[in-house]
Design a protein around this ligand. Structure first.
Ligand code: BTN
Length: 337
């Protein structure tokens, strides 16, 4: 947003909903009244509701605007979101972040969208990303990590999202291994981490942590096949907070864990927090693999982020997320009731 437009917006915000005359704005900014009017029209185009009252002036009507500017003005981070790319609509923020990575974009680059037309989920599934209902964002990281640490870095994202929802609503979602966040048995958030690895050294060239958070849907807004398993922060907590607040808060929590915590030096602490958030440790779960399904007791998460389960014959197995999914017996979706 241009400097002039920001100043007009600030003047209207400072007026707290009262009318500000076009003449006053023009004088304050050294512009003609026509130029002010053009800037007001541009702000309206950007989504701000500004009422023009004949012979009086302009007033800002409260309402949520989700834009790069609204996120950036809330950012408290040093690294994440600098730079930040915002799209009203895009195929997938993960795809765009990977393109940016290939073009040399720096560590901390963030891509946010108000809508995705081809949101990517795990295992080549689709992630529903409708306009006006959620935050879809991808964080490009260039950590100096061996490939085996990537798994735990993905768990860090789940802790950051749980911290965010808790800070903004007062309710902490639980984590379903590996990286779904849920409340009242409904999935609120999905995380997809993708990375590029250098063949020879096995070092991570970059990773993209993609986070999709359902915020405002009511259950009937979800496609019929998701209505039993999906939920939003609003449907499950009754709390509505602006999407720009979520995006900025999420980047703050992610940065606190990843940058300030110097991941992977703080890996133990991250894993500890992740374990605390998991809802099914100690319970019997159904492990569904490509080749077989079997009941097992969920024991723990190991230092590589794998789920340790005890099979009926007493064998302890470490499970990788790519290979299996977990169901709680008798539950339609595997999420806690
Ligand atoms: C899953 O639940 O299977 C993971 C869903 C991950 C969705 C997010 S939305 C932002 C980012 N861009 C994508 O295309 N996917 C991730």
């Amino acid at each position: 947003m241009t400097d002039t437009r920001q100043k007009i917006l600030s003047a209207l915000e400072e007026a707290g909903g009262a009318v500000v005359s076009g003449g006053e704005l023009a004088e304050k900014l050294g512009l003609s009244r026509t130029a002010v009017w053009k800037q007001i029209a541009a702000l309206q185009q950007e989504g701000y509701q500004i009422a023009a009252e004949a012979k009086k002036g302009y007033k800002l009507i409260p309402g949520e605007v989700f834009s790069g500017y609204e996120i950036e003005r809330r950012l408290t981070t040093k690294v994440l979101g600098r730079p930040l790319y915002f799209f009203d609509s895009i195929d997938s923020t993960n795809i765009r972040a990977r393109q940016l990575a290939a073009e040399g974009a720096p560590h901390g680059t963030v891509v946010v969208a108000a809508r995705q037309t081809a949101g990517k989920g795990r295992l080549s599934r689709r992630f529903e990303s409708p306009e006006g209902h959620g935050v879809y964002l991808s964080i490009l990281l260039r950590p100096s990590l061996p490939l085996q640490e990537v798994n735990t870095a993905t768990l860090l994202a789940a802790v950051a999202v749980a911290d965010t929802v808790e800070e903004l609503t007062g309710v902490r979602p639980s984590i379903k291994w590996t990286n779904d966040l849920c409340l009242n048995g409904r999935k609120l958030c999905g995380i997809l981490t993708e990375c590029a690895v250098e063949g020879e050294s096995g070092r991570v060239e970059y990773m993209v942590s993609g986070i999709g958070l359902n915020l405002y849907q009511q259950i009937e807004d979800f496609p019929p096949e998701l209505q039993k398993i999906a939920g939003s922060v609003l449907s499950e907590t009754g709390v509505r907070v602006a999407r720009a607040d979520y995006a900025a808060c999420l980047l703050k929590h992610f940065e606190a864990l990843f940058e300030e915590g110097h991941f992977p030096e703080n890996k133990k602490a991250v894993l500890e927090r992740y374990r605390k958030g998991l809802f099914f440790l100690g319970q019997t779960v159904e492990v569904r693999g490509f080749a077989e399904s079997y009941p097992a007791k969920a024991l723990d998460i190991d230092d590589e982020g794998r789920l340790l389960v005890e099979r009926a014959d007493g064998r302890i197995v470490a499970l990788n997320s790519g290979e299996i999914s977990i169901r709680l017996p008798g539950r339609h979706n595997g999420y806690p009731e």
